[in-house]
Ligand binder design. Sequence first.
Ligand code: DMJ
Length: 450
Amino acid sequence: MNRKIVAAASFFVALQLCLGQTHRISGADSLAAEVKKEFLHCWKAYKDFAWESDGVLPLSKKPYNWHSKSLLLTPVDAFSTMKVMGLEKEANETQKLILTKLSFNHNSTVKNFEITIRVLGGLLSAYQSTGEKKFLMLADDLGKRLLPVFNSPTGLPYQFINLKTGTVEGDTTNPAESGTLLIEFGTLSKLTGNPVYYQKAKRALVELYKRRSALGLVGQKINVKTGEWASSKSHLGGYIDSYYEYLYKCWKLFGDEECKQMWEVSIAALNSHLPDTVNGNLWYARVDMNTGEKYLQRWGGLEAFFPGLLAYSGDVERAKQLQRSNYYMWTRFGIEPEAFNYANDTIIYNGYPLRPEIIESAYYLYKITGDTVYQEMGKTFLSSLKQYCRAENGYAELEDVITKKQNDMMESFYLAETLKYLYLLFAPPETVDLNTTVFNTEAHPFEKTW
Ligand code: DMJ
């Protein structure tokens, strides 16, 4: 898209969002209430069996921690959903838990990306929604501890860091883990007045972008010491996905013109080389970043975020087509597989780890088009989730979407993202204003207060 078309498309999206949705499916309020009830069902499982830990194992009814010491992943991730759902009692008990128990001076080596999007993102969003300064102090403490990841020769972040010692590990990273940090680190700068966070995370994003191929595409693995690509596979799935999301969202949140320009170049490259129409359905293939040669016709649960991003950035027609393909992938098996070969209609990876992305896309498309077809899709998602993933205590991911065998895990993003987007799809339009709120990749709402 050229600049004029992008400007017109963005104006159209902003206008749609200002007008809000006049159309809601009948029963939308009770569907929102139903999602809230399911959220409380998950929260009860956490409280009953895993209080103060990172999360609950829904089948064995046991707590789990990612590291030797809990970082309260589930409460921190779930807090913004409680606020969005108006669950003030639960939000208050969670706030108390976080402010009395969360600390970071532990000898734990954590993945910078995961802790940034879940914990740093959750704390900053909690500060914005409550005004409680201790959330910001915790975020600042965490931000300082994570900063050494950027001390590589290229400025690209190391993957892992020890929270106590600052020792870094993991020379090979990827676009998602290098480029999905600026909403959180940038907001930390805006709220504390300390520019270093913005500068470091922005540099990582730019260093990644600078290494795009002549076609404008990025690969899926890169060495942070040399800046050399370790894999030239280019696609919209895991390892790359949210890099694109943040290029656009950082323009929305910070008004950063360089991010806007990087987004425009990148989306043009994606739209030139990846679209793949099979039997009249639009998909985005996997290609080599240097030659553009297609090597795999694969789509899946992670890629499913992309229609939402297309719609948000103004390409509503392509977004609608791709969401139709998403919905086909979901209904073909009763629930979506992690990875799917759309050319021969077969599953590549058969798990469903309670991912949110397809619902996130339905939410953006509904907000932008006002078309209730996306709320109808939401009804299907809710009913499949309840039918196959609901457990006596919480929700369980599926080991296999064919047999529907459950697996003993409920990731914190199920409470942060999946149930939040599903709720917002049915909730009154004024619940979140997409003109002033930008969601990070873990669905924590960030308000543009600067
Ligand atoms: C979440 O942690 C984030 O959405 C991330 O960008 C991708 N993976 C999960 C959800 O699937």
